[in-house]
Design a protein around this ligand. Sequence first.
Ligand SMILES: Nc1ncnc2c1ncn2[C@@H]1O[C@H](COP(=O)(O)OP(=O)(O)OP(=O)(O)O)[C@@H](O)[C@H]1O
Length: 238
Amino acid sequence: MVNHLRWAKLGKDGVTALLVLNNLAKRLPGDPQRWLFRNASLHLAPADFVAVMGESGVGKSTLLHIIAGLDRPDAGHMTFKGQSLDTLDDDARTLLRRRYMGFVFQAFHLIPQLTVEENIALPWRLNGLPRRDMNRRVKTLVERLGIGSHLNAWPRELSGGEMQRVAVARAVVHRPSLILADEPTGSLDAESAETVLSLLREVGEAEAAAIVLVTHSATAADWAQRRLRFDAQGFHPL
Ligand SMILES: Nc1ncnc2c1ncn2[C@@H]1O[C@H](COP(=O)(O)OP(=O)(O)OP(=O)(O)O)[C@@H](O)[C@H]1O
């Protein structure tokens, strides 16, 4: 037990881990006799930027959901900021996710009843961060992402690429420690994709936030410091 905790807190180079996945496994949702993936082990330090590639359906989104506490593994262990996630209940996971994580969902998941500005500001408000700094933070992000003229629009009025950039702004607005981005450039042209990736990298550097970027794009993956392939046997260096 002591050894496990020591390993969880310190990487091989002695850097304190932000996130440690230790042999995570998940059964196939529709066929629990079979494994979707096994042996998923990963060590992320603050400011790490990792790209995860892999065939469609291997479980990359499922893995991100597990890291965020939106799904549970069927085996294995996880620690975040040195704390074991294995025994946390759903409320505690929600609090941890809200404060320390930012998630860019593949399907965006913007809230249709909120404007663009309200969607982006939501994590800021939910965390009770100082209101006086909120508008400036949102404005900086939307201008950087080229969606500044849509602040008062409803999500249904946006193109797919605009929705995706709103989702990116919402994922980073509260300066999370860990950004989980599921295909965050999938709906974007090359120039917008570059804007999004440079913003993610900049936020990562400024806040020492770690980034897990799931992508099918080799160009997008090139922005990361480390590239990994994910399959039914876990992670492999690319
Ligand atoms: N809620 C669910 N119910 C049933 N099956 C599911 C559910 N969620 C995911 N799956 C299945 O689990 C497998 C992994 O899905 P997942 O979305 O994690 O893969 P992925 O690697 O992210 O794929 P892609 O690259 O296409 O986004 C797929 O076979 C999918 O059909």
